[in-house]
Design a protein around this ligand. Structure first.
Ligand code: NAI
Length: 778
């Protein structure tokens, strides 16, 4: 080809990266791998092949872990953990730093091996996956260094089971391993069966770094091995993968006391307003949906484009698609590589073939005859209910629809069961920053897409899972409070024969939507004092009352938009009004409980209200510096509707300690009163009534915790459920929570000490962090 011809066609390359070193490394290992347990590779056993999806070539044989392998790995991690934790943050930091350095030193080998194993273009593995993995270890070396000074009240969880997917094999490993070991945990990690090679190379790096044996253990195999890890004697499961498997893991770990974080699927909107820089927004889409062949959980896979520019935008997009270069992922000129495996290719092909809605356009580009390649695809003119607008395709397929006004864009964007990420394109900063807070998701990129950094937490809301990875917020997922907890003991009320009966009905009502409400069941029960005399009656709440209360709470959305300043004033007001009736409440508590702690409990409740009021306008977000032209605003947002079973033993303080921080952060709550001692809660709504609390913000139910837990935990409009009941309902609640993957905080057989102020923990549980990436600086 002459120079003139090159200028005429502007064709690139080829510029292939050599596979020689990676192939040599595989040969060195004998092309057969065992697991990495207790600092050594085990002998290879029965297993399966790992293939290059671009060529079909077998790269190596991997071992399918047996139950005994998983048990040995967990035992190694368990015995290494105390010493690793005791080494202290600065001691651990040295190892993380050494790993980061070695990842840097061998970065090309990692990049090539990743590309061969996964099919992603070398440009991406070389410039994105591997540098970000290194960055994660450097960043968390720093977190280990700072742990003792900055997180003095946090301790390691113990042994963490970690299960990762195939789309970013080394990067997902780094996201999981770095924070875990930085905080003093040890890990058993299972890479995805399609892409385990860089995890095994990483094991080699751990050896080279002299990492103590058993701190990192890697077992290979398919979902069955994942299930073994989930069931093993571990203290936490961290999972990234499909929502279906995430839900199964939620159910499998229910009531086990294992901490859990889930980073699941998405159908992230990519919103283009008519005042966007259109060429940049088109180019952004290349990174949003054709990056990594669209196999990205936060891929901008749903284009929402303003009607007035839609035609022009789609035309430019189709023209850009035709310029994408598909082919050998090892070629440095390639934009789009191979899909990870023939199975995934079939899933994508079938989903697209089954769709008859909208107009499908596939890039007019050459694709290799062999290998797992799929043409970049655009499906225009879909409606929100179309299957491909709702379901994750996890391939290079973009679906699109149009909107007319910003409010419609928000509605369409949020019309999904997922909530991972979103991109907003507009040259108008007012518009972009007006839209960002309205999007139900964990990450928003303004005039950008698919940007990641260790300093900015990543994770979703709704069925995209819970927990964050990265940033300060990611650390709480790998630590627990130092605080000791007591064993849970069932608290019972007094019984009696009904002396003191009153001809006038004194059944305390429930409190729903700012009004007193009779129980739907029509049933009530007596509450007695120590002598057996009747103090009053309370309604027995049922599923229907839960539904009414949730509806009222869901309707009180306006509360979440109020300012912290306003919420603080209302909380102070509640405190003041409670203070005015302190004596009456103290007597009530003393009568119900037969103790003399009422006055102290009321005083502590007033203090909790004042503390929550104090925090309402101070529990601020952060600004993360990220090494890209921009900053990430880590904004604290309310979780939404929180359902809670309040402590039985502290009838007023248990309720107030939950309610105050939750509503201070802008949540609406459905509280189930202390079961044996409910009358303080039913008296309390009179205080709420006189304190300007808007209707629906606080709803109070009475009745059996066992009966109310299920309906609360399975309700699709409840975003989080907490249980401090003295009946251990952890398993039921966590299992039922899998319905919409709501956040849970259950006691797992232990009781909080209500005399201690846990406001910080409550504030954390009452907020979601949304990272909004905005352009900033040069
Ligand atoms: P997957 O969720 O089945 O696999 C992810 C990881 O979980 C792998 O390591 C796998 O071995 C393991 N696993 C599978 N079943 C398990 C179980 N019952 N218990 C414990 N671990 C288990 O995802 P898969 O099948 O590879 O892909 C299917 C779909 O999932 C994709 O088409 C895509 O929609 C979605 N996906 C989403 C990802 C994300 O990052 N959000 C990543 C990978 C897949």
């Amino acid at each position: 080809m002459t120079v003139k011809e090159i200028f005429d066609t502007m064709s690139y390359g080829p510029a292939p990266e050599s596979a020689a070193e990676a192939l040599a490394w595989l040969v060195d290992q004998g092309d057969r791998f065992g697991h990495f347990i207790n600092g050594t590779f085990t002998a290879p056993g029965d297993g399966f092949n790992s293939q290059n999806p671009a060529t079909g070539e077998v790269l190596a044989t991997l071992t399918q872990a047996t139950q005994a392998d998983v048990d040995t790995a967990v035992a190694a991690a368990r015995s290494a953990q105390p010493k690793w934790e005791k080494l202290g943050g600065p001691g651990r930091a040295r190892y993380l730093y050494a790993i980061a350095r070695l990842l840097q030193k061998h970065s090309r080998l990692f990049a090539v091996l990743e590309t061969m194993d996964n099919g992603k273009p070398i440009r991406e593995s070389r410039d994105i996956d591997i540098p970000l993995a290194q960055r994660h270890f450097y960043y968390h070396a720093g977190m280990a260094q700072l742990m003792e000074s900055e997180l003095p009240d946090r301790a390691a969880l113990g042994v963490c089971g970690q299960i990762i997917p195939w789309n970013f094999p080394l990067l997902m490993l780094a996201w999981k391993v770095a924070p875990a070991i930085a905080m003093g945990n040890t890990v058993v990690l299972k890479p995805a069966e399609y892409t385990s090679l860089t995890a095994l190379l990483f094991a080699d790096i751990c050896r080279q770094a002299g990492l103590p044996k058993g701190v990192v253990n890697i077992v290979t195999g398919d979902g069955a091995v994942g299930e073994m890890v989930v069931a093993a004697d571990v203290d936490k499961i961290a999972f990234t993968g499909s929502t279906a498997v995430g839900r199964r893991i939620r159910e499998a770990t229910a009531g086990s006391g294992k901490a859990l974080t889930l980073e699941l699927g998405g159908k992230s909107p990519y919103i283009v307003f008519d005042d966007a820089d259109i060429d940049s927004a088109v180019e952004g889409l290349v990174d949003a949906i054709w990056f990594n062949q669209g196999q990205v959980c936060c891929a901008g896979s749903r284009l929402l484009v303003q009607e007035s520019i839609a035609e022009r935008f789609h035309a430019k997009l189709r023209a850009r698609m035709d310029k994408l270069r598909l082919g050998d992922p090892l070629d440095k000129c390639i934009d789009v590589g191979a899909v990870v495996d023939p199975m995934q290719l079939k899933t994508i092909t079938d989903l697209v073939a089954a769709n008859d809605a909208g107009a499908t356009y596939q890039a007019q580009v050459d694709i290799p005859e062999e290998g797992c390649f799929f043409r970049p695809t655009l499906i225009e003119g879909l409606t929100p209910a179309d299957r491909l607008m709702q379901d994750e395709i996890f391939g290079p397929v973009l679906v699109s629809c149009t909107f007319r006004i910003p409010a419609e864009a928000v509605e369409l964007a949020n019309n999904t069961r997922y909530g991972l990420a979103a991109s907003v394109w507009s040259e108008n900063v007012n518009l972009a920053l007006d839209i960002a807070p309205k999007l139900a998701c964990g990450v928003v990129w303004v005039n950008g897409t698919n940007m990641f950094d260790a300093a900015a937490g990543f994770g979703g809301v709704r069925e995209s899972g819970f927990g964050r990875e990265g940033g300060w917020e990611g650390l709480s997922a790998y630590t627990k409070p130092h605080a000791k907890s007591k064993a849970l003991a069932q608290v019972k009320g007094f019984t009696g024969q009904g002396s003191g009966a009153d001809p006038i009905d004194r059944t305390a009502k429930m409190y729903i939507g700012g009004k007193q409400a009779r129980p739907d069941s029509g049933y009530s029960r007596a509450v007695h004092d120590r002598s057996g005399a009747i103090l009053g009656y309370v309604g027995l709440g049922s599923r229907k009352d839960v539904r009414n209360a949730v509806e009222a709470a869901a309707g009180a959305k306006g509360w979440s938009k109020t300012t912290g300043h306003l919420r603080a004033q209302i909380l102070y007001y509640i405190g003041e009004n409670l203070s005015a009736r302190a004596e009456e409440f103290a007597h009530r508590i003393d009568h119900m409980t037969g103790r003399r702690s009422g006055a102290k409990e009321v005083e502590a409740s007033i203090q909790r209200l004042f503390t929550a009021a104090a925090w309402a306008d101070k529990y601020d977000g952060q600004v993360h510096g990220v090494p890209i032209r921009g900053v990430a605003l880590a904004m604290k947002e309310p979780v939404g509707v929180i359902g809670a079973l309040c402590a039985d033993e502290a009838p007023l303080l248990g309720l107030v300690s939950v309610m105050a921080p939750a509503i201070a952060m802008g949540n609406r709550v459905v509280l189930t009163a202390s079961e044996p001692f409910p009358l303080a809660a039913t008296d309390f709504y009179q205080v709420l009534d006189t304190s300007d609390v808007p209707a629906g913000v606080v709803n109070i139910l009475t009745g059996s915790h066992v009966d109310l837990a299920g309906p609360l935990a399975s309700h699709m409009n409840v975003d989080a459920v907490w249980s401090f009941s003295s009946t251990d309902l952890s398993a039921e609640i966590e299992k039922a929570s899998a319905s919409n993957l709501k956040r849970t905080w259950v006691n797992n057989g232990t009781a909080l000490d209500w005399d201690t102020d846990h406001s910080r923990r409550f504030l954390e549980a009452a907020t979601e962090i949304k990272n909004i990436w905005v352009p900033y600086g040069e």
